[in-house]
Write a protein that binds this ligand. Structure first.
Ligand code: SF4
Length: 117
C-alpha cells in the first residue's frame, strides 16, 4: 500500500493505492483522484515548465511548458534539451518552441506573448 497526496486540485486528498489489488485507490473524493493515484504508481507523467533564452524582447527569458504531460523519468532530460534553444521576439502564447521533445510527440510551447522591442 502506498500513500500519496493527490495533486490534481487544491483539495489535496490523501490517497492510498493498493499495488497488490490492481492498484485500487481509496481516499479520493472524485474520479480524477482515482485515476491520478493509479497512474502515479503505474506510469507517472508531468507537465514540464521551464524557460528559454529570447532575443529582442523586454525580458531575456521566455516561459515555456510541454503541450502534454510526459513520462516523469524524462523531465530532467526534457529541461536539458532547452539549454541551447534561443528564440527571437516576437513570440505568441502557444507558439511551438521545441518540437517533439525527446521523441515523445509533445512540444514545448510558449506560455507568454513577448513582443519585439
Ligand atoms: S481526489 Fe479529486 S477532490 Fe481530491 S484532490 Fe484529487 S482531484 Fe481534488
Amino acid at each position: 500500500m502506498t500513500e500519496l497526496t493527490c495533486i490534481v486540485c487544491p483539495k489535496g486528498c490523501r490517497l492510498k493505492v493498493d499495488e497488490e489489488n490492481g492498484f485500487a485507490v481509496t481516499g479520493a473524493s472524485c474520479p480524477r483522484g482515482t485515476a491520478y493515484g493509479k497512474k502515479e504508481l503505474t506510469a507517472p507523467t508531468r507537465t514540464v515548465t521551464s524557460t528559454v533564452a529570447i532575443e529582442g524582447a523586454l525580458h531575456s527569458r521566455l516561459p515555456v511548458k510541454t503541450s502534454q504531460e510526459i513520462d516523469r523519468a524524462l523531465v530532467k532530460e526534457a529541461v536539458a534539451a532547452l539549454k541551447n534553444v534561443q528564440v527571437k521576439a516576437p513570440v505568441s502564447t502557444g507558439d511551438v518552441i521545441l518540437e517533439n521533445v525527446l521523441g515523445t510527440g509533445t512540444d514545448f510551447i510558449a506560455t507568454k506573448t513577448m513582443g519585439r522591442i
